[in-house]
Design a protein around this ligand. Structure first.
Ligand code: NAD
Ligand code: ISE
Length: 335
Protein backbone atom coordinates (compact mmCIF):
# COMPACT_ATOMS: atom_id res chain seq x y z
CA UNK A 1 0.00 0.00 0.00
CA UNK A 2 1.27 3.49 -0.82
CA UNK A 3 0.62 6.32 1.66
CA UNK A 4 -0.63 9.46 -0.11
CA UNK A 5 0.93 12.45 1.61
CA UNK A 6 -0.07 16.13 1.55
CA UNK A 7 2.61 18.68 2.47
CA UNK A 8 1.78 22.07 4.05
CA UNK A 9 4.65 24.54 3.75
CA UNK A 10 7.03 24.29 0.80
CA UNK A 11 9.96 26.34 2.10
CA UNK A 12 13.46 25.03 2.68
CA UNK A 13 12.68 21.97 4.77
CA UNK A 14 9.28 21.32 3.16
CA UNK A 15 11.00 20.98 -0.21
CA UNK A 16 13.66 18.73 1.30
CA UNK A 17 10.97 16.49 2.80
CA UNK A 18 9.11 16.35 -0.52
CA UNK A 19 12.31 15.15 -2.24
CA UNK A 20 12.96 12.73 0.61
CA UNK A 21 9.50 11.16 0.29
CA UNK A 22 9.85 10.98 -3.49
CA UNK A 23 13.40 9.66 -3.68
CA UNK A 24 14.57 8.05 -0.47
CA UNK A 25 11.65 6.76 1.60
CA UNK A 26 9.60 3.90 0.25
CA UNK A 27 5.88 3.37 0.75
CA UNK A 28 4.76 6.96 0.25
CA UNK A 29 4.17 9.54 -2.46
CA UNK A 30 3.46 13.26 -2.25
CA UNK A 31 0.11 13.99 -3.90
CA UNK A 32 -0.65 17.53 -2.73
CA UNK A 33 1.30 20.62 -1.65
CA UNK A 34 0.11 23.96 -0.24
CA UNK A 35 1.96 27.11 0.72
CA UNK A 36 0.77 30.66 1.37
CA UNK A 37 3.10 31.45 -1.53
CA UNK A 38 1.09 29.75 -4.32
CA UNK A 39 3.95 29.90 -6.80
CA UNK A 40 6.26 28.15 -4.34
CA UNK A 41 3.68 25.41 -3.83
CA UNK A 42 3.37 24.93 -7.58
CA UNK A 43 7.13 24.72 -8.07
CA UNK A 44 7.53 22.20 -5.25
CA UNK A 45 4.58 20.07 -6.40
CA UNK A 46 5.37 19.89 -10.09
CA UNK A 47 8.62 17.78 -10.04
CA UNK A 48 6.93 14.99 -8.03
CA UNK A 49 3.64 15.05 -9.97
CA UNK A 50 1.64 16.43 -7.01
CA UNK A 51 -1.22 18.94 -7.13
CA UNK A 52 -0.73 22.44 -5.74
CA UNK A 53 -3.70 23.30 -3.49
CA UNK A 54 -4.76 26.70 -2.21
CA UNK A 55 -4.43 26.15 1.54
CA UNK A 56 -3.40 23.78 4.29
CA UNK A 57 -7.09 23.23 5.06
CA UNK A 58 -7.60 22.04 1.46
CA UNK A 59 -4.72 19.57 1.86
CA UNK A 60 -6.20 18.13 5.06
CA UNK A 61 -9.73 17.87 3.60
CA UNK A 62 -8.58 16.32 0.30
CA UNK A 63 -9.98 12.77 0.10
CA UNK A 64 -6.87 11.71 -1.84
CA UNK A 65 -4.60 12.66 1.10
CA UNK A 66 -4.05 9.91 3.71
CA UNK A 67 -1.51 11.71 5.88
CA UNK A 68 -0.13 15.23 6.32
CA UNK A 69 3.33 16.80 6.71
CA UNK A 70 3.37 20.24 8.36
CA UNK A 71 6.55 22.13 7.42
CA UNK A 72 5.28 25.71 7.56
CA UNK A 73 6.43 28.47 9.96
CA UNK A 74 6.10 27.58 13.63
CA UNK A 75 3.12 29.90 14.38
CA UNK A 76 1.09 28.13 11.65
CA UNK A 77 1.73 24.59 12.95
CA UNK A 78 -1.03 24.29 15.56
CA UNK A 79 -3.99 25.05 13.27
CA UNK A 80 -2.97 22.35 10.77
CA UNK A 81 -1.97 19.74 13.36
CA UNK A 82 -5.36 20.24 15.05
CA UNK A 83 -7.05 20.08 11.64
CA UNK A 84 -5.33 16.78 10.79
CA UNK A 85 -6.30 15.29 14.17
CA UNK A 86 -9.92 16.39 13.64
CA UNK A 87 -9.85 14.70 10.21
CA UNK A 88 -8.38 11.52 11.74
CA UNK A 89 -5.26 11.80 9.53
CA UNK A 90 -1.74 11.05 10.82
CA UNK A 91 0.43 14.15 10.81
CA UNK A 92 4.18 14.73 10.87
CA UNK A 93 4.90 18.21 12.29
CA UNK A 94 8.31 19.85 12.03
CA UNK A 95 9.60 21.31 15.28
CA UNK A 96 8.22 23.21 17.10
CA UNK A 97 4.91 21.40 17.60
CA UNK A 98 3.44 24.86 18.31
CA UNK A 99 4.80 28.17 19.51
CA UNK A 100 2.69 28.48 22.66
CA UNK A 101 2.25 26.16 25.61
CA UNK A 102 -1.53 26.54 25.29
CA UNK A 103 -1.54 25.40 21.65
CA UNK A 104 0.61 22.37 22.56
CA UNK A 105 -1.79 21.56 25.39
CA UNK A 106 -4.74 21.70 22.99
CA UNK A 107 -3.00 19.36 20.57
CA UNK A 108 -2.27 16.87 23.35
CA UNK A 109 -5.91 17.06 24.51
CA UNK A 110 -7.22 16.59 20.97
CA UNK A 111 -5.01 13.58 20.36
CA UNK A 112 -5.91 11.97 23.67
CA UNK A 113 -9.61 12.53 22.84
CA UNK A 114 -9.05 10.93 19.42
CA UNK A 115 -7.80 7.86 21.28
CA UNK A 116 -4.81 7.04 19.05
CA UNK A 117 -1.41 8.47 18.22
CA UNK A 118 -1.87 10.75 15.20
CA UNK A 119 1.04 13.17 15.73
CA UNK A 120 4.79 12.75 15.26
CA UNK A 121 7.07 15.73 15.94
CA UNK A 122 10.23 16.30 13.88
CA UNK A 123 12.85 15.77 16.57
CA UNK A 124 15.10 13.95 14.11
CA UNK A 125 18.12 13.61 16.38
CA UNK A 126 16.48 10.59 18.01
CA UNK A 127 17.11 8.82 14.68
CA UNK A 128 20.79 9.81 14.38
CA UNK A 129 22.96 6.66 14.58
CA UNK A 130 25.40 8.33 17.01
CA UNK A 131 22.73 9.42 19.48
CA UNK A 132 21.14 5.96 19.18
CA UNK A 133 24.45 4.33 20.12
CA UNK A 134 24.73 6.68 23.10
CA UNK A 135 21.27 5.67 24.29
CA UNK A 136 21.98 1.96 23.82
CA UNK A 137 25.15 2.17 25.94
CA UNK A 138 23.40 4.20 28.65
CA UNK A 139 20.39 1.84 28.69
CA UNK A 140 22.67 -1.20 29.02
CA UNK A 141 23.40 0.02 32.56
CA UNK A 142 27.14 -0.83 32.24
CA UNK A 143 28.16 2.74 33.06
CA UNK A 144 25.84 3.17 36.03
CA UNK A 145 23.65 6.22 36.51
CA UNK A 146 24.00 9.33 34.31
CA UNK A 147 25.30 12.40 36.17
CA UNK A 148 26.11 15.16 33.67
CA UNK A 149 25.69 15.96 29.97
CA UNK A 150 27.86 18.49 28.12
CA UNK A 151 26.39 19.70 24.81
CA UNK A 152 27.52 22.03 22.05
CA UNK A 153 25.26 23.30 19.22
CA UNK A 154 27.13 25.48 16.73
CA UNK A 155 25.87 26.84 13.42
CA UNK A 156 28.23 28.63 11.02
CA UNK A 157 26.07 31.76 10.65
CA UNK A 158 22.56 32.95 11.52
CA UNK A 159 20.23 35.06 9.39
CA UNK A 160 19.60 38.72 10.25
CA UNK A 161 16.09 37.73 11.41
CA UNK A 162 17.47 35.30 14.04
CA UNK A 163 17.02 36.87 17.51
CA UNK A 164 18.29 35.95 20.97
CA UNK A 165 15.16 33.98 21.99
CA UNK A 166 15.63 31.78 18.91
CA UNK A 167 18.81 30.37 20.42
CA UNK A 168 16.33 28.47 22.59
CA UNK A 169 13.14 28.29 20.51
CA UNK A 170 14.73 27.37 17.21
CA UNK A 171 18.06 25.79 18.15
CA UNK A 172 18.31 24.46 21.73
CA UNK A 173 14.94 22.70 21.39
CA UNK A 174 16.82 19.85 19.74
CA UNK A 175 18.97 19.34 22.84
CA UNK A 176 15.93 19.78 25.12
CA UNK A 177 14.32 16.87 23.33
CA UNK A 178 17.34 14.64 22.90
CA UNK A 179 18.36 15.00 26.56
CA UNK A 180 14.84 14.06 27.72
CA UNK A 181 14.92 11.08 25.36
CA UNK A 182 18.41 9.88 26.27
CA UNK A 183 17.62 10.02 29.99
CA UNK A 184 13.88 9.17 29.85
CA UNK A 185 13.55 12.13 32.23
CA UNK A 186 12.07 15.63 32.24
CA UNK A 187 13.79 19.03 32.46
CA UNK A 188 12.77 20.80 35.69
CA UNK A 189 14.77 24.04 35.57
CA UNK A 190 16.68 26.27 33.19
CA UNK A 191 19.24 29.05 33.47
CA UNK A 192 21.00 31.08 30.78
CA UNK A 193 24.44 32.64 31.23
CA UNK A 194 25.75 35.18 28.74
CA UNK A 195 29.02 37.04 28.33
CA UNK A 196 30.92 38.67 25.51
CA UNK A 197 29.19 38.21 22.15
CA UNK A 198 31.02 37.52 18.93
CA UNK A 199 31.62 40.42 16.55
CA UNK A 200 30.31 38.12 13.77
CA UNK A 201 26.63 38.54 14.65
CA UNK A 202 23.69 40.86 14.10
CA UNK A 203 23.88 43.69 16.67
CA UNK A 204 20.61 42.62 18.35
CA UNK A 205 21.76 39.04 19.01
CA UNK A 206 23.34 37.59 22.16
CA UNK A 207 25.66 34.91 20.80
CA UNK A 208 26.97 32.60 22.20
CA UNK A 209 24.70 31.62 25.12
CA UNK A 210 25.36 29.01 27.80
CA UNK A 211 22.27 27.18 29.03
CA UNK A 212 22.11 25.09 32.18
CA UNK A 213 19.36 22.57 32.79
CA UNK A 214 18.47 20.21 35.60
CA UNK A 215 16.36 17.08 35.21
CA UNK A 216 13.90 15.55 37.67
CA UNK A 217 16.45 12.91 38.66
CA UNK A 218 19.13 15.57 39.27
CA UNK A 219 21.20 15.23 36.10
CA UNK A 220 22.89 18.54 35.19
CA UNK A 221 23.12 19.56 31.54
CA UNK A 222 25.20 22.38 30.08
CA UNK A 223 24.66 23.54 26.51
CA UNK A 224 26.62 26.06 24.47
CA UNK A 225 24.53 27.53 21.65
CA UNK A 226 26.74 29.49 19.23
CA UNK A 227 25.02 30.23 15.93
CA UNK A 228 27.72 32.36 14.28
CA UNK A 229 30.78 30.22 14.96
CA UNK A 230 31.92 30.73 11.35
CA UNK A 231 33.77 27.45 10.89
CA UNK A 232 30.95 24.93 10.41
CA UNK A 233 28.00 23.00 11.82
CA UNK A 234 29.22 21.28 14.94
CA UNK A 235 27.12 19.17 17.29
CA UNK A 236 28.81 17.72 20.36
CA UNK A 237 27.45 15.71 23.26
CA UNK A 238 29.21 13.91 26.09
CA UNK A 239 27.37 12.07 28.83
CA UNK A 240 29.18 11.49 32.11
CA UNK A 241 27.99 8.49 34.13
CA UNK A 242 29.17 6.89 37.37
CA UNK A 243 31.54 4.44 35.69
CA UNK A 244 32.50 6.11 32.42
CA UNK A 245 31.51 8.54 29.70
CA UNK A 246 29.76 8.29 26.31
CA UNK A 247 30.61 10.73 23.54
CA UNK A 248 28.58 11.41 20.39
CA UNK A 249 30.78 10.48 17.41
CA UNK A 250 31.66 13.12 14.81
CA UNK A 251 30.36 12.25 11.33
CA UNK A 252 32.75 9.93 9.49
CA UNK A 253 35.20 11.95 7.40
CA UNK A 254 38.61 11.22 5.94
CA UNK A 255 41.72 12.79 7.41
CA UNK A 256 43.92 14.38 4.78
CA UNK A 257 47.67 14.83 5.29
CA UNK A 258 48.90 17.43 2.83
CA UNK A 259 51.45 20.25 2.74
CA UNK A 260 52.52 19.90 6.35
CA UNK A 261 48.92 19.79 7.64
CA UNK A 262 46.49 17.16 8.89
CA UNK A 263 42.89 18.16 8.07
CA UNK A 264 39.35 16.82 8.41
CA UNK A 265 36.41 18.54 6.76
CA UNK A 266 33.71 20.03 9.01
CA UNK A 267 30.12 19.82 7.68
CA UNK A 268 28.41 23.15 7.05
CA UNK A 269 24.77 22.56 7.95
CA UNK A 270 22.07 20.47 9.56
CA UNK A 271 20.77 19.03 6.24
CA UNK A 272 24.05 17.14 5.72
CA UNK A 273 24.78 16.41 9.38
CA UNK A 274 21.38 14.83 9.99
CA UNK A 275 20.59 13.50 6.49
CA UNK A 276 20.42 9.87 7.64
CA UNK A 277 18.35 10.85 10.68
CA UNK A 278 15.77 12.73 8.57
CA UNK A 279 15.43 9.73 6.24
CA UNK A 280 15.02 7.34 9.18
CA UNK A 281 12.42 9.52 10.95
CA UNK A 282 10.33 9.65 7.77
CA UNK A 283 10.69 5.90 7.19
CA UNK A 284 9.28 5.34 10.69
CA UNK A 285 6.51 7.91 10.20
CA UNK A 286 5.42 6.40 6.87
CA UNK A 287 5.41 2.90 8.37
CA UNK A 288 3.47 4.08 11.42
CA UNK A 289 0.96 6.15 9.44
CA UNK A 290 0.36 3.22 7.10
CA UNK A 291 -0.15 0.83 10.01
CA UNK A 292 -2.34 3.35 11.87
CA UNK A 293 0.05 3.40 14.86
CA UNK A 294 2.65 6.20 15.14
CA UNK A 295 5.69 5.54 17.32
CA UNK A 296 8.06 8.54 16.93
CA UNK A 297 8.42 11.67 19.11
CA UNK A 298 4.93 12.44 20.36
CA UNK A 299 2.73 15.48 20.93
CA UNK A 300 3.65 15.12 24.63
CA UNK A 301 7.32 15.46 23.68
CA UNK A 302 6.43 18.56 21.67
CA UNK A 303 4.55 19.97 24.68
CA UNK A 304 7.29 19.15 27.22
CA UNK A 305 9.95 20.76 25.05
CA UNK A 306 7.77 23.86 24.54
CA UNK A 307 7.35 24.31 28.31
CA UNK A 308 11.10 23.85 28.92
CA UNK A 309 11.83 26.23 26.05
CA UNK A 310 9.53 28.92 27.53
CA UNK A 311 11.32 28.59 30.89
CA UNK A 312 14.69 28.98 29.15
CA UNK A 313 13.54 32.16 27.38
CA UNK A 314 12.31 33.49 30.74
CA UNK A 315 15.73 32.66 32.20
CA UNK A 316 17.48 34.57 29.41
CA UNK A 317 15.53 37.68 30.36
CA UNK A 318 15.51 37.29 34.16
CA UNK A 319 19.08 36.05 34.63
CA UNK A 320 17.65 33.65 37.22
CA UNK A 321 17.01 29.91 37.41
CA UNK A 322 13.47 29.37 36.10
CA UNK A 323 11.35 26.34 36.96
CA UNK A 324 9.66 24.17 34.33
CA UNK A 325 6.08 23.33 35.31
CA UNK A 326 4.67 20.42 33.30
CA UNK A 327 1.18 19.05 33.67
CA UNK A 328 0.79 15.39 34.57
CA UNK A 329 1.79 13.14 31.69
CA UNK A 330 -1.35 11.37 30.44
CA UNK A 331 -1.17 7.55 30.61
CA UNK A 332 -1.82 7.70 26.85
CA UNK A 333 1.84 8.80 26.46
CA UNK A 334 3.37 6.19 28.78
CA UNK A 335 7.03 5.59 27.93
P1 NAD B 1 10.90 28.49 5.42
O1 NAD B 1 10.64 29.90 5.81
O2 NAD B 1 11.95 28.20 4.40
O3 NAD B 1 9.55 27.80 4.91
C1 NAD B 1 8.32 27.92 5.57
C2 NAD B 1 7.25 27.89 4.49
O4 NAD B 1 5.97 27.82 5.13
C3 NAD B 1 7.25 29.13 3.60
O5 NAD B 1 7.29 28.72 2.24
C4 NAD B 1 5.94 29.83 3.95
O6 NAD B 1 5.38 30.54 2.86
C5 NAD B 1 5.10 28.64 4.37
N1 NAD B 1 3.95 28.96 5.22
C6 NAD B 1 3.88 29.79 6.28
N2 NAD B 1 2.65 29.80 6.81
C7 NAD B 1 1.92 28.93 6.07
C8 NAD B 1 0.57 28.51 6.12
N3 NAD B 1 -0.28 28.97 7.05
N4 NAD B 1 0.16 27.61 5.23
C9 NAD B 1 1.00 27.13 4.28
N5 NAD B 1 2.29 27.50 4.17
C10 NAD B 1 2.74 28.40 5.06
O7 NAD B 1 11.23 27.74 6.79
P2 NAD B 1 11.96 26.33 6.97
O8 NAD B 1 13.40 26.56 7.27
O9 NAD B 1 11.58 25.42 5.88
O10 NAD B 1 11.30 25.86 8.37
C11 NAD B 1 10.01 25.34 8.41
C12 NAD B 1 9.82 24.60 9.74
O11 NAD B 1 10.79 23.56 9.82
C13 NAD B 1 10.03 25.46 10.98
O12 NAD B 1 9.11 25.09 11.96
C14 NAD B 1 11.45 25.15 11.42
O13 NAD B 1 11.66 25.29 12.82
C15 NAD B 1 11.57 23.69 11.01
N6 NAD B 1 12.96 23.30 10.76
C16 NAD B 1 13.42 22.16 11.31
C17 NAD B 1 14.73 21.79 11.13
C18 NAD B 1 15.28 20.56 11.77
O14 NAD B 1 16.50 20.46 11.95
N7 NAD B 1 14.42 19.62 12.14
C19 NAD B 1 15.59 22.56 10.34
C20 NAD B 1 15.06 23.71 9.74
C21 NAD B 1 13.74 24.07 9.95
C1 ISE C 1 17.23 25.13 12.59
O1 ISE C 1 15.87 25.57 12.58
C2 ISE C 1 17.27 23.71 12.99
O2 ISE C 1 16.34 23.11 13.43
C3 ISE C 1 18.65 23.15 13.00
O3 ISE C 1 18.64 21.78 13.28
C4 ISE C 1 19.44 23.92 14.04
O4 ISE C 1 20.79 23.47 14.06
C5 ISE C 1 19.44 25.41 13.74
O5 ISE C 1 20.10 26.10 14.79
C6 ISE C 1 18.02 25.93 13.62
O6 ISE C 1 18.05 27.30 13.25
Amino acid sequence: MTLNVGVIGAGMIGQAHIRRLAERVSGARVVAVADVDAERAKQAAQPVGARALASGEDVIADPGVDAVVVASWGPAHAQHVLGAIAAGKPVFCEKPLATTEEDCRQIVAAEVAAGRRLVQVGFMRRYDPGYRQMKAVLDSGDLGAPLLIHCVHRNPAAAESYHSEMATQDTAVHELDVVRWLLADEIVSAQVVTGRSTAHRSPHLIDPQVMLFETASGVRVDLEVFVNCQYGYDIQCELVAELGTIRLPDPAAVTVRHRARIATEVLQGWPERFAAAFDAEFAEWVAGATAGRLTGPSAWDGYAVAVASDATVRALHSGRIEQVHLSTRPAFYAR
